[in-house]
Ligand binder design. Structure first.
Ligand code: ZN
Length: 219
């Protein structure tokens, strides 16, 4: 999914504006129950300056201020009142895999993460939203959180998919902008919630020809 306008906007945003945006979206996700104090982190990458702006560890997102956002260059934190999330490695690997993307969202959104707990990829054919946004969502094998183990297989999976499940853990979603990354996760989580309600009622799939038409319309 490309959003060229947002892409260029985020490259030229000031440091302060980027910190504000990261804090603002973290609060939005907190209000929606998609992150909590101990789970979930989001980032924006300024490629021109090689600076990653990421939510800090163990902090209630609702209370975040722009000054709390951790600013990283490589493995080193260069700014921010609070310590960076230990999961910044996921963000770094994701951003290396997708050079056109400047935002990463890592969440344990319940209806999506349920599949990760079962080590199951998602490929449903009953939702127009899902079919427009995804060519399936793969699940990569378990890796130890906070270590490079957790990134095994992530780069390869992200080359074909904007969203990837991490077995027994959560999900990673990349996009050109943080708005778009959050929007895709929010919409997909809603789809999986509805799927959970509908699956015992006798789901009716979209036909292959109609699915093809949806994919064409997306291009
Ligand atoms: Zn996590």
């Amino acid at each position: 999914m490309s959003e060229k306008v947002g892409h260029f906007e985020s490259i030229h945003m000031s440091d302060e504006k980027i910190k504000q945006e990261v804090a603002q979206y973290a609060k939005i996700l907190d209000r929606k129950g998609l992150v909590n104090s101990l789970e979930g982190n989001i980032s924006i990458y300024n490629r021109e300056k090689d600076l990653l702006y990421i939510t800090p560890t163990s902090t209630r997102k609702e209370f975040l201020t722009p000054d709390d956002i951790a600013v990283m260059r490589g493995d080193k934190q260069v700014d921010g009142n609070k310590r960076r999330s230990s999961e910044y490695l996921l963000h770094r690997v994701a951003l290396e895999a997708r050079p056109e993307c400047n935002a990463v969202v890592h969440l344990h959104a319940p209806f999506l993460t349920a599949y990760a707990y079962c080590n199951k990829s998602i490929d449903i054919k009953c939702s127009t939203t899902f079919s427009i946004l995804h060519d399936g969502i793969p699940c990569i094998p378990y890796g130890l959180p906070g270590s490079m183990d957790i990134t095994n297989g992530l780069a390869d999976a992200l080359k074909k998919h904007d969203m990837v499940l991490l077995a027994n853990h959560g999900l990673v979603c990349v996009a050109t902008t943080l708005e778009h990354a959050c929007a895709v996760v929010e919409a997909t989580e809603e789809v999986m919630k509805i799927y959970y309600l509908a699956k015992d009622m006798g789901i009716s799939n979209i036909s292959d020809s109609d699915l093809d038409a949806l994919k064409q319309a997306k291009r």
